[in-house]
Design a protein. Structure first.
Length: 203
């Protein structure tokens, strides 16, 4: 049995001699069960928060996302630290248990608030947009409710509810760049009559 963990591509000769099996991360409920089983000293609430943060962290564009093994290491460390809940300071102080590359550390640090958002035990800071409904009277007996995220929820109706990390302001739109590259290539070949070699006419 050979594991690659997507760290490097295997040679074609080796691939021909193997049966390939791609194993993804377990579902959230299964991962929570693993954490509870392997780290019995972790409280139910903290175990749920660990899984929530880790799964969001994996959705970031990281060079190496935290594995199940690293998740268990982190959970065990939280037990030793007598942690009651995960907050920004705790993540920053224990991030080296989960992240192995400097670029990934910076990426995660930029999204700590998002990692904690919506998770069990998460509380909003003063002044933070908590998404609660706000209402005002029109004076005719009717009360109008306005939800700050209503338009976004309506726009995403029917789409996957999988959380996505916010894009950094300076982060380029890769899809737009790829589309422009394809358009440029198409124009180049159409200008040459579809030929790669303009003199010989060979395709």
């Amino acid at each position: 049995m050979i594991t690659s963990n997507n760290t490097r591509d295997l040679s074609d000769a080796l691939k021909r001699r193997c049966l390939h099996l791609f194993i993804s991360y377990p579902e959230e409920s299964r991962e929570l069960e693993i954490v509870r089983l392997k780290v019995p000293g972790l409280s139910e609430a903290l175990a749920a928060q660990v899984v929530h943060v880790i799964r969001r962290m994996r959705s970031l564009d990281l060079r190496k996302a935290p594995s199940i093994s690293e998740t268990l290491d982190w959970a065990q460390a939280l037990v030793l630290l007598n942690a009651e809940r995960i907050d920004r300071q705790l993540i920053e102080e224990t991030l080296q248990l989960l992240i192995k590359y400097d670029r990934d550390t910076q990426r995660v640090s930029e999204h700590v608030a998002w990692l904690l958002e919506g998770g069990p035990g998460h509380t909003h800071e003063h002044g933070e947009d908590d998404g609660h409904e706000h209402g005002h009277d029109h004076g005719n007996g009717h009360h109008h409710h306005h939800h700050p995220h209503a338009d976004r929820h309506a726009h995403n109706h029917g789409r996957s509810s999988k959380p996505r990390p916010p894009l950094r302001p300076a982060e380029p739109d890769l899809r737009d760049m790829q589309a422009k590259q394809l358009e440029h290539t198409a124009r180049y070949f159409s200008g040459h009559g579809g030929r790669v070699d303009g003199e010989s006419g060979e395709r």
